[in-house]
Design a binder for this molecule. Sequence first.
Ligand SMILES: Nc1nc2c(c(=O)[nH]1)N[C@H]1C(S)=C(S)[C@@H](COP(=O)(O)OP(=O)(O)OC[C@H]3O[C@@H](n4cnc5c(=O)[nH]c(N)nc54)[C@H](O)[C@@H]3O)O[C@H]1N2
Ligand SMILES: Nc1nc2c(c(=O)[nH]1)N[C@H]1C(S)=C(S)[C@@H](COP(=O)(O)OP(=O)(O)OC[C@H]3O[C@@H](n4cnc5c(=O)[nH]c(N)nc54)[C@H](O)[C@@H]3O)O[C@H]1N2
Ligand code: SF4
Ligand SMILES: [Mo]
Length: 723
Amino acid sequence: MREIKHATCRICTNLCPLRVEVEDGVVVAVKGNPENEAYRGFTCIKGRVQGEYLRHPNRLLHSLKRQPDGSFTRISPEQAMDEVAEKLSRIAAQHGPEAIAIYYSTALVQQGAPAAWALYGLGAKIGTPFALDAQTLDKGGKKIAQALHGRWMGRSQGFDRPEVAMLIGSNPIVACTGFPAGNPGLWYKDQVKAGMKAIIIDPRRTELSDRAFLHLQAIPGHDAEILAAMIRVVLTENLHDAAFVAENVAGLAELRAAVAPFTPERVAEAAGITAGDLVLAARTFAQAKRGYIMAGTGPSMAAMGSLVEYLVLCLETLCGHWLREGEVVACAPALTATPRYRAQAEPPKPWAVRPMRVRGLSISAAGVPLSAIADEILLPGEGQIRALLSGGNPATSFPNQPKIAQALRDLDLLVQFDVWMSHTAELADYVIVPPMPLEMVDATFTLDQTTALGTGYGYDQTYAQWSPAVATPPAGAELIEPWRFIVGVGERMGFAFSLTDRDGTEHTITTATESEQVLRLLAAHSRIGIDEIIARPGGARFPEAAVRVLPKQEGWTGRLDIGNPEMLADLAAVERQGMLHHPSDESFPLRLLCRRQRHTYNSTCNVTATNRGKGWNPAYLNPSDLAELGLVEGDEVLIESVLDAVPAVVAADPGLRPGMVSMSWGFGRGRETDGRFREIGSSPNRLIPDDMIFDRYTGQPRMSNVPVRIVRRESVAAPAQPA
Ligand SMILES: Nc1nc2c(c(=O)[nH]1)N[C@H]1C(S)=C(S)[C@@H](COP(=O)(O)OP(=O)(O)OC[C@H]3O[C@@H](n4cnc5c(=O)[nH]c(N)nc54)[C@H](O)[C@@H]3O)O[C@H]1N2
Ligand SMILES: Nc1nc2c(c(=O)[nH]1)N[C@H]1C(S)=C(S)[C@@H](COP(=O)(O)OP(=O)(O)OC[C@H]3O[C@@H](n4cnc5c(=O)[nH]c(N)nc54)[C@H](O)[C@@H]3O)O[C@H]1N2
Ligand code: SF4
Ligand SMILES: [Mo]
């Protein structure tokens, strides 16, 4: 029988509502839901073809165990739980809890909300400090900046009727962050029609450029200077919200002095833009009553993410773009507990939490520096990581790909949760295979969590959807939900798991608990009852959940700090030395930029249903650079950096600043697969050192603006040495 069922797409964090046509448990078509007022029918190609993912011949249908000869054999989930628990217990007893790391990242959305609860719960019970997430390779500077600047407890104006939106290296139309979760294209169109001015700072023309008020096509890596110059304009022209600053902010004099050298003329010249545009951007932003800034992965990956994010907060604070007493927080969470929004500043706190063993890095407000994990695995001695439970794809997503691949091979135990034979799965001792999202019940917790991360993330209005399992796994499959596997391992290690309901009653969770019961308990403290959400199967806004910002507490003295000495010292260093650089940079005339593509999601979805037979990630160059290199679109080249070289196919992008190579990540594997690069692409992380140039707070290396050179492929010896 053919039926249409409502579900949520969980391939990416946009969580689009879907109408899934199912015949006897098999997904035959996936469409958007035009009746959903937040998404207005929006889906992308990845969501619509997921019926093909469910049936894909490469999909894993049972868990796997590595054999001594390197091959994999089938293992039952029960047996795998027994063996993994036994190994983890032994490693913890011999080497202490630090020897076990857990990693979950963007794959969390695919694995379901209970998976995060279970995995981080297990990490806490084991007592490991190495509970990893992707922040420190993503936009970890946001957390560092929030720590050092302090946090406005009333939230930002954010997506609520902005008159201006400044997007710094952020491309919401493709990436679905930076605009509210929903329908990014229509939201942009509507806001521009309502008068919103978009200011884009990006070295390439993006999908936003056409409707933008201003596009500063700056040379990458200059975002901190550009922001400092904008702050200087705001302060010298007295465009800031003086009353808000006087009441809630410290450090104005220090910031004023620190930005003084950053004249628009000087910065514009260095960044390859005009001083007029820079001043116009600053004035437009400061003169708007409502607005927001989203700094995306672009600036974060240019090695000074923490400073950039700090200056973003300084500019937001100077302009007073924070909600005041009595104003409405339209995006209060639906499923997670509602915080008490108050018109007051949570004061700054230290950014560092605990030192790591390498490169002077620390576990910080941004989490564990992922760029240090390879070394923390390879470096013998007390505190060495020997086991990793992974729900991401570190072999592809971490910098210095050859080193992390070696480190993953060196582990005593690598357990990978995956539905595909990803690069990390290939290196694992156990591959634990869960159902795919449409086969599992879940609800939109992830978006409440991302909304809470800060400005530029998540919803514009309270929203939720309950997503029942709508598809049946293929015949013969033996799958286990990640949370159930983790609880099973924990039980075998002697740990008990529980969740409390609204009345404070504790409920034990075991491997026999229904997933729905876990989700209900995770939502126990929500303002919107879970049954109300279930009663709106197509997903809905819940405007009744909106809350007002409470007044400042009596005697409250907390202030936001825009004069943090460490940050301003970093800014002074930028003034003296320019951006971080390395002597070897000079041998590499081009700069490799990060970017994303619509048809893939990080390291997944690169299959024929979406890539239409083009499995590689093109290296885009300005046509003038192609001509100078004697290349035409479609030519095969080698991209070389100080670390390695990868094969690529060049393509022309007239909207890209000359001197740049713009290439998506998440493709390719190690050198051993170079011969297959037309099919699986090439990994930029082979070109990115983990320890040469990095943000000293998050450890995030320079992953954009990476010095490279390009040579024709046939003019060099084939590099393909198996690693
Ligand atoms: N379709 C799709 N959507 C995704 C993903 C995906 O892989 N595919 N990945 C998801 C993830 S994990 C994340 S974190 C988000 C990321 O979302 P975004 O941060 O919006 O990521 P990108 O689309 O790569 O946009 C980054 C932009 O930064 C620019 N840029 C590069 N270097 C610099 C620089 O130094 N300064 C400035 N100002 N700009 C620079 C690039 O040209 C690019 O346009 O997307 C998420 N959404
Ligand atoms: N050079 C470079 N490196 C980067 C970035 C960059 O722009 N440039 N971006 C960084 C950023 S922003 C991030 S967030 C990190 C992300 O880093 P990771 O999260 O480590 O990488 P992903 O590719 O998102 O990993 C997703 C994994 O989930 C698996 N998977 C896919 N679908 C399912 C499913 O339905 N169920 C299960 N259980 N598993 C599934 C995939 O096969 C893959 O192994 O990478 C960072 N690394
Ligand atoms: S992958 Fe596409 S359809 Fe699925 S949630 Fe993301 S944007 Fe929506
Ligand atoms: Mo990310």
